[in-house]
Design a protein around this ligand. Structure first.
Ligand code: NDP
Length: 352
């Protein structure tokens, strides 16, 4: 009999705690025995890891909202994105061998049965250029977040200096490249290691990079942004963002993408900001509107087309940090939350 395996949520980190490997348990589990009309049997190939799994408070006892409930102890993790192969189908729209992808609600299990809903889409192999994992990174909600954040909230002009925090991560590394392609004069990244800084400048063509763990952010920003900061793509919030905002020009724009520095804290989203930062925003007429990629579904197809065109013509580079095996899914998520990834952190579960 075919074996099956999953990842179960076994303990909560606490509202003010960092997720830990022991919150997850890798287990053997039953292989699905039967499928019904309109269902498909899927083998998971890759899984996405996303800070949103922590941000939506599913790891806490209460999420604080009614549209998403907390993960239950002892249940298979319901993650975000996944891509898999159809092993068997009783659904007229899918046949054995189809590759399918969804950006939400993919369980951390190797084999499972689903009645595909609208979120399940066949993977367009010509679009991903042979790299299936791309439909969870550059050609996924991640790529769309970077692209639509820049195009919808950036107000980018050719003279602009763009600063990105969380710059070597999945969204950040793409946002910087999209900023360059949209014509920014300078793109500066802030991230957590020298290796990441080198990646940004040497491989992605950023004009400068700042290691927030070892360098003085203010001094480095003054050096790298002699004309001030016009657009700030904020993935992290907290003190890093307070310092960037102080260097921003009049009538400039913050793209409020995420605030990962507070996801392990019991604060609302977006978290309150210090009075001094608030005054700086007001005095300089800096916009700081909340950005949520899911608010732009009508722009997804057109945006993916543009991203795919840049990808296939070699105008953007994509890096993925891939952990091997479902057994490493929990550790991969924990590592991503601590900065262990460059580009998108994925889990390779099985081969096709
Ligand atoms: P990343 O690939 O960027 O991974 C997370 C990174 O965050 C880590 O690699 C780490 O890099 C950094 N980080 C962790 N803790 C801190 C901290 N305390 N201070 C500064 N940096 C920290 O993840 P994603 O690209 O998937 O997500 C990036 C952001 O985008 C998140 O805030 C996420 O919630 C947000 N997001 C928003 C969406 C929207 O619609 N608005 C949609 C999708 C994502 P380092 O080594 O540099 O510390």
């Amino acid at each position: 009999m075919t074996e099956n395996q999953n990842v179960v949520f076994v303990s909560r980190p606490g509202v003010n705690g960092e997720p830990k490997e022991e919150n997850f348990r890798f287990e053997q589990c039953p292989y699905p025995v039967d499928i019904q009309k309109d269902e498909v049997l899927i083998k998971t190939l890759y899984l996405s890891t996303d800070p949103a799994l922590r941000y939506f408070f599913e790891m806490n006892e209460s999420t604080g909202v009614d549209y998403v409930g907390p993960w239950q102890i002892g249940e298979t993790i319901e993650g975000f994105g996944g891509v898999g192969s159809v092993m068997k189908s009783l659904n007229p729209e899918f046949v054995e061998g189809d590759l399918v992808c969804s950006q939400y609600g993919w369980p951390w299990i190797e084999y499972f049965v689903r009645k595909p809903d609208k979120s399940f889409q066949k993977v367009d192999k010509s679009l991903v250029g042979g790299k299936i994992s791309y439909c969870l990174s550059v050609l996924s909600l991640t790529g769309l977040t970077s692209y639509l954040g820049i195009t919808e909230k950036g107000h980018i002009q050719p003279s602009h200096t763009l600063v990105i925090s969380g710059a070597a991560g999945a969204c950040g590394s793409l946002a910087g490249q999209f900023g360059c392609l949209k014509g920014c004069d300078r793109v500066i990244g802030i991230c957590g290691s020298d290796e990441k800084c080198k990646y940004l400048t040497d491989e992605l063509g950023f004009n400068g990079a700042i290691n927030y763990k070892t360098q003085n952010i203010k001094d480095e920003l003054c050096k790298h942004c002699p004309k001030g900061v016009d657009v700030y793509f904020d993935n992290v919030g907290g003190t890093i963002s307070d310092q960037v905002i102080k260097q921003m020009n009049k009538d400039s724009h913050v793209i409020l993408c995420g605030q990962i520095s507070v996801y392990n804290k019991d604060v609302p989203y977006p978290p309150p900001i210090p009075e001094e930062t608030q005054q700086c925003l007001q005095q300089n007429n800096i916009t700081r509107e909340r950005f949520l990629v899911l608010n732009y579904p009508e722009k997804f197809d057109e945006s993916l087309k543009q991203i795919a065109e840049w990808l296939l013509s070699g105008k953007i580079k994509v890096k993925e940090t891939i952990s091997e095996g479902l057994v490493n899914a929990g550790p991969a998520f924990v590592s991503m939350m601590r900065g262990g990834n460059i580009g998108k952190q994925l889990i390779h579960v099985a081969s096709q």
